[in-house]
Design a protein around this ligand. Structure first.
Ligand code: ADP
Ligand code: MG
Length: 341
């Protein structure tokens, strides 16, 4: 018979009690998958985290999203970093927004200006998201276009400065920027096994193995038109159905063509971009939407990103890296013949 010393016996009992407490779930912090849904960044946020420290991680991400929105990227919050930058017409090299803005400037350049994050005054003129949407006079549009644009950005003693008429607007990239920070600061280095961080149109899929994401049906964005299989990455979708108003049977949506100042009118109704980098997936989806399916595919090649393009006529194009990964589930849509796996 094995003899157990009194000391060891006490130690085993303490261990068993501890194990029982955690088995009973009597531990004050629940483990396993945690799910949280709330409203922030002008959209619905859903967080799903699985791992031993999932409760702490999801709580920290929740706090981060609210703080990053209010104190960093929202130009409608007076105390935010972006409001300060817009007021001073300058982004110092020390700002946490400096590096992301440099990345967005590259997208502006590579997209030949189809992507332009400096048109906040133009979005305001149209009134998207304010409840006071209107078709502006052409003279008003032209006046704003003449005094803004990322082409006015200049380097002064290491800082980035820009023209008086510029209002930097992170509506097209802020959610992706947040995803990059969430991955670096809250998921990597934690005990998280898998996480799905959904900030409206931009989603981070974190962890090993495959994930399946639904692609919104542009005609009924509450439903999906396809399932896409991906590994760890960020996925962003831009579409003409997210924010718009209609006048005399014409839809005016929120993605503007910087060349005309009017809602972009390419061959697309929606673009989904897949990238390791959230800032890029978010910015490139907006850029591709303006460029259209042909130039959009070239832009994605430059950044080694993948994408799904839904055309106005219901045909769907996927880039090479996603061939065989997309299953269309709504028969209104059809994969373009050359793009079948
Ligand atoms: P969502 O905000 O619905 O996720 P997007 O990521 O495509 O969609 O961003 C659209 C937002 O980007 C607009 O609401 C506006 O704030 C801004 N925007 C509009 N047109 C452009 C453009 N050509 N380049 C960069 N940003 C744009
Ligand atoms: Mg975007």
């Amino acid at each position: 018979m094995v003899k157990v010393s009194k000391k060891l016996h006490i130690a085993i009992s303490v261990f068993l009690i501890a194990a029982l407490i955690s088995l009973c779930g009597c531990d004050s912090k629940p483990k396993g998958e945690q799910v949280l849904t709330f409203s922030a960044m002008d959209t619905m946020v859903t967080l799903k985290v699985t791992g031993d420290d999932s409760y702490d991680v999801i709580t920290a991400i929740n706090d981060f999203v609210v703080d990053y929105d209010f104190n960093v990227i929202s130009r409608h919050s007076e105390s935010s970093e972006i409001s300060k930058i817009n007021k001073e017409h300058k982004c110092p090299e020390t700002s946490q927004l400096y590096a992301p803005l440099m990345k967005l400037l590259s997208v502006y350049q590579v997209s030949l200006g189809a992507y332009d994050f400096t048109l906040g005054n133009l979005s305001d003129l149209w009134g998207f998201g304010t409840g006071n949407e209107k078709i502006p006079e052409k003279e008003e549009i032209d006046k704003i276009l003449a005094s803004s644009g990322a082409g006015t950005l200049a380097y002064t003693n290491g800082d980035v400065t820009f023209a008086e008429g510029v209002e930097i607007d992170l509506g097209s990239a802020g959610k992706g920027m947040a995803l990059d920070k969430i991955k670096e600061e809250y998921l990597q280095g934690s005990k998280t096994q898998r996480a799905v961080i959904s900030l409206g149109g931009s989603i981070l899929l974190y962890g090993e193995g495959e994930f399946t994401v639904g692609i919104a049906d542009p005609e009924n964005s509450a439903g999906s038109m396809a399932k896409l299989k991906v590994n760890e990455c960020c996925v962003s979708t831009s579409g003409n159905y997210e924010r718009y108003f209609e006048k005399d049977g014409v839809r005016y949506h929120h993605i503007l063509d910087p060349k005309t100042g009017y809602p972009s009118d390419s061959d697309l109704v929606s673009v989904t971009v897949v990238s390791k980098d959230g800032t890029l997936s978010d910015a490139l989806s907006t850029a591709c939407f303006v460029l259209g399916s042909e130039d959009g595919q070239l832009l994605l090649q430059s950044y080694e990103c993948e994408g799904v393009f839904i055309l106005k006529d219901g045909t769907v194009i996927v880039t090479d890296g996603l061939r065989g990964k997309l299953e269309i589930t709504n028969n209104k849509y059809e994969l373009k013949a050359d793009y079948e796996s």
